[in-house]
Design a protein around this ligand. Sequence first.
Ligand code: BES
Ligand code: MN
Length: 461
Amino acid sequence: MQPLFDYLAANEQRHIAQLCDYVRFPSVSAQAAHAGDLKRCAEWLAGHCRGIGLEARLFPTKGNPILVARTPRPKAARKGRRHYIVYGHYDVQPPEPLDLWRTKPFEPTIVGRRLYGRGASDNKGQNFAHLKGVEAYLKTGTELPCDITFVIEGEEEVGSSSLAGFLKARRKELACDAVVISDTGIPSLRHPALTYGLRGIAALEVRVDGPSRDLHSGIYGGSLDNPAMVLSQILARMKDARGRVTIPGFYDDIAPLTAYERKQLARLPFDAAAYRKFLGVPALNGEKGFTPIEQRSARPTFEINGLTSGYQGQGSKTIVPAWASAKITLRLVPGQKPSKILRAAADWIRKVAPPTVKVTVDPGHSGDPYLVSPTGPLAQAGLRALEQAFGHAPFLMREGGSIPIVNDFKRILNADTLLLGLALPDDNLHSPNEKFDLDCFTRGTRMSALLWKELASGVTR
Ligand code: BES
Ligand code: MN
């Protein structure tokens, strides 16, 4: 491994400068005006892949192009040589609100060991670490013990609508032993971790319609139901005093946390007071009987993401609003099925609604939860690479966020996913002042270099 590490150390500054070039593209997938930037970003990335010795091809889609970049297959490759996919995304979240950024989101800025910029962590920097890990093999003439294909898409932050179809159409050439993704987090540089579970997601919108127009609340108020009040009452009934979601059957199918898992999660560093302060709340509150780490990663939740009704402008306006609406996402855990939960939630909301208003429930996007064995050979290989790269014993954890596409990798390619996150808790994913820690980057490049050996030698089929 030493020549690889020497190469990575000698080229670190150049690699960081390249990552800055990558972050400079405003590849915001949610905003149509950036379609050209996404294309240019994908083309730059394809060129970059070719420059490090990969065979790269861009595939146009209805949305943004998908990049496929493979390591050249050696002539003497034996049958049964392993093949791994590294998945990542070159699209980023919108940078708004811009006034909260201390540096410009698409002018990457290095302060100490932090690289600021939208997408620096999610997901350009984390995924780039793998490109550099593989580059080390290709540029030092070190034989790769397996074939590697990078699949880097440009629609992850808007639901990956093109990728599943792409996997289906190319399932033969993408057949692989496993998928590797660095697009999750670790507690700290001293606490590297393997993520073996992700929450699923189910989105819905609830709308309450009352009077045919906004009414004078003095003249009419008191004689009819107020839609904002009704919506509040409905939403307030969705969780009980113990922090449990009240939707009938909601908890029925959940695979319980094993004693082993609870023990592993309890080993993660956690300081309740520091966590409370970091979030900026006077006190924490969650489902009774579970620790905050369990609550936010291994237990389901019902969250209001947006709530709208009535007059929001300056001053006061005395009305009974005509309508009220809420955007909701439920985070789901292994065992729960988004379609079943969405149906149960809609039924329950309609059931608790009074007959004095019209209630509409619109289901939205969804994604299954994910769970892979934390003790299987794939995980063991990941843990060995983490330990050597970070110099600390790695932890096992679950994450509360969602990467719905991992289920498509399983369904379409029958491949498990190894989640080796490189983001720190204060990386500000999806928030202003996103940054990527350059120590995470350099350890990530080494982790990637180590991983291919660990996977190829230590994982039996
Ligand atoms: N990289 C995140 C997912 C993530 C972040 C998982 C941190 C675990 C820890 C990804 O880009 C993301 O934001 N996913 C969305 C998916 C949704 C829009 C379907 C999410 O989790 O909200
Ligand atoms: Mn992401």
